[in-house]
Design a protein around this ligand. Sequence first.
Ligand code: ATP
Ligand code: MG
Ligand code: MG
Length: 406
Amino acid sequence: SPDSHQTSSSLRNDDGSPVHGLSESIVGVLGGGQLGRMLCQAASKMAIKVMVLDPSENCPASALAYDHMVGSFDDSATVQEFAKRCGVLTVEIEHVDVATLERLEQQGVDCEPRASTIRIIQDKYLQKVHFSQHAIPLPEFMEIDDLEGAKRAGDLFGYPLMIKSKRLAYDGRGNAVAKSEEELPSAVSALGGFGRGLYVEKWAPFVKELAVIVARGRDNSILCYPVVETIHKENICHIVKAPADVPWKIRKLANDVAYKAISSLEGAGVFAVELFLTKDGQILLNEVAPRPHNSGHHTIESCYTSQFEQHLRAVVGLPLGDPSMKTPAAIMYNLLGEDEGEPGFKMAHQLIARALEIPGATVHWYDKPEMRKQRKMGHITLVGPSMGVVEARLNSMLKEEVSENQ
Ligand code: ATP
Ligand code: MG
Ligand code: MG
């Protein structure tokens, strides 16, 4: 029968859709930064081919990718060309040409998660509108078009007032705080003015920031990773503690909010849900990322299935893996650039040398071509038998560095 000629690459599901599988179709990733790099590392263990699209010749994913197309993920012709070479498209950054993804989807190209999801998330204001329409709790927010509007928002929400760019935000670049009405003009101009598209958020008086990685398979199954605590330094994620030290009730609430938020979006993959925990035990959503996320890096060492393996499983159509922790506790420490150029590299290398002496520590270096202040250059994950032990290990790693420098 003709069926006997079928190879694994032409197997069909009962509904006629192709069975995605190992070593057959290429997963195309828009973006080749550290997230793309760690996707490539996970892919290599599973015989999945990952191809990345990134404008930088020596982007972090380049050396580990099955193939690297040099070009912009924000350019229509380039994205179309890239799509021709891939079986499924996904993203490691949300600032991509979404109109092209929508057109490609109409032509039958498989985008996971869906272009509709990327469109909602890449505009933070649209994202807030979407989640408030789905009854997800979040800080009050309001679009602002001019100084009068900003003042009205300040009267309404009080100060400090958080002003945010709608688009192209990451690592806090795109956020400015006005502590009083007098500071509104300078905060607005720090973000490039009203022309950039701005909105404001009421200040969230959080006691902790939490995050949940949520995975959705192609079969719509949804699994949540354990709730973690994220600690930011100048708006940049710095330390992640897994699991978060919060009461069971709070973990449950955080999970419920994250689950509900992701249920309102379309497509397969892992998603990160950033949350605020307030003093009175409320959980508010900050933002969602439609991809692997800094708050999930610890999963490489601490969970049965890392967020990167999970993302590949999800977009390729394999069953989701177990998201639970296989170590009692983990801390992820970001290696943020402390200085430009060579001095910055030297400081990072000193800390890495310290880490290599700490039991349960694993070093990840992203191989970025340039060292810059506050740039995410790598991370260190520490695991151990309890959070107390892991915290002590982190402290000894950092303390030794300080004494060395004195
Ligand atoms: P990311 O790198 O996570 O994408 P981003 O540039 O999108 O960051 P946000 O997540 O909007 O920035 O904000 C960065 C940090 O600023 C938050 O993690 C939180 O610490 C603080 N922050 C954001 N919004 C508020 C708010 N409404 N009230 C108080 N603090 C806030
Ligand atoms: Mg963001
Ligand atoms: Mg954020």
